[in-house]
Design a protein around this ligand. Structure first.
Ligand SMILES: C[C@@](CO)(OP(=O)(O)O)[C@H](O)COP(=O)(O)OP(=O)(O)OC[C@H]1O[C@@H](n2ccc(N)nc2=O)[C@H](O)[C@@H]1O
Ligand SMILES: Nc1ncnc2c1ncn2[C@@H]1O[C@H](COP(=O)(O)OP(=O)(O)O)[C@@H](O)[C@H]1O
Length: 286
């Protein structure tokens, strides 16, 4: 009997928004952002098995997300359609990243599918093409396709790789979910931050970095305000994206571990390392 081929297993890392400014609103209601995305080493892991019958199947169920709505399945079908391939794939996931927490897990899953199947199906598509296909699935997909920490503008698709410091982060999930549309619809949201250059943003550093969604999220979700205030006792704390996760940077793994253990008494907390290159790039040998 022929040996069953080993699946291709690839990471899908999380991101943090080290700072996030809202600099305007487009005609279609979407907001123009300026943000520093940093990839971190907290990951989901996806495994791919090639299928000759063209079927796309996600073999792991995910609470609250129907099979065909899953960004993993949608990304695979989108790539299949765009490339015209007759190949398919069975995909499974080891899920570690909380859903809808501002860590970009869904977008990262989609990016890993696009890059993984591009290799498995031997399509030879460029990152630019994959990012374009991914943008329709989520604003954060392109940065995960690029696979580098980056300065982002537009809705997150205009990317310039950026070299950030690589501290140890404590990331806290306060156990509630935030409605991204509700935050962006809030009349009190700051939408008129003055655009700055990437150089200016990098120069500012932790002392100046802020997230324009934070005031609105704190007002609507007192439990997030509580966690942000708690973490701020240890180091400057920030929201990532529209939350619900929040984070602070530490110089050593030990310092981060100590604070994470305290945080774990009340919330789910992780220690994660800031990166400038995605572990997906390393795994694919890019
Ligand atoms: C703002 C960020 C920063 O990373 O937040 P997080 O999702 O990571 O928390 C993301 O770009 C979010 O991207 P994503 O989560 O894909 O947003 P979507 O599902 O496309 O948008 C949900 C809704 O939020 C609003 N929205 C989203 C992004 C944006 N730049 N302007 C908006 O106004 C729109 O009303 C949209 O219908
Ligand atoms: N594979 C997936 N992983 C996570 N979320 C998914 C996935 N597929 C679809 N979703 C949907 O996308 C939403 C946003 O997910 P996620 O990217 O994890 O959060 P965020 O955009 O806040 O960082 C989830 O609430 C979920 O309904």
């Amino acid at each position: 009997m022929p040996a069953t081929p080993r699946p291709l297993t690839l990471p899908a890392p999380a991101k943090l928004n080290r700072m996030l400014h809202i600099v305007g609103r487009r005609q279609d209601g979407y907001h123009e952002l300026q943000t520093l995305f940093q990839i971190i080493d907290l990951c989901d892991y996806l495994s791919f098995n090639l299928r000759q019958d063209g079927v796309i199947e996600l073999t792991t169920s995910m609470d609250g997300v129907a099979h065909d709505d899953n960004l993993i399945v949608r990304a695979a079908k989108r790539l299949q359609q765009a490339s015209g391939t007759h190949l398919g794939a069975s995909i499974s996931i080891e899920k570690h990243l909380p859903m809808g927490g501002g860590l970009g897990g869904g977008s990262s899953n989609a990016a890993t599918v696009l890059k993984g199947l591009n290799q498995l199906w031997q399509l030879g598509l460029s990152d630019a093409t994959l990012a374009e296909l991914g943008l329709a699935l989520g604003a954060d997909v392109p940065v995960f396709v690029l696979g580098k920490s980056a300065w982002a503008e537009g809705v997150g698709e205009k990317l310039t790789p950026a070299t950030l410091d690589t501290p140890w982060f404590v990331v806290i999930h306060p156990g509630i979910s935030v409605s991204t549309p509700a935050i962006f619809q809030d009349p009190e949201l700051t939408r008129d931050s003055l655009p700055i250059t990437m150089a200016r943003a990098l120069q500012g550093g932790v002392a100046e970095w802020r997230n324009d969604c934070e005031a609105t999220v704190k007002k609507r979700y007192p439990r997030i305000a509580e966690a942000l205030d708690w973490l701020a006792q240890h180091a400057p704390s920030r929201l990532t994206g529209t939350g619900a996760c929040l984070f602070a940077a530490f110089e050593s793994q030990e310092a981060a571990q100590t604070v994470a253990e305290l945080a774990n008494q009340r919330w789910q907390a992780w220690v994660a390392r800031g990166l400038n290159t995605s572990p997906l790039q390393d795994a694919l040998g890019c």
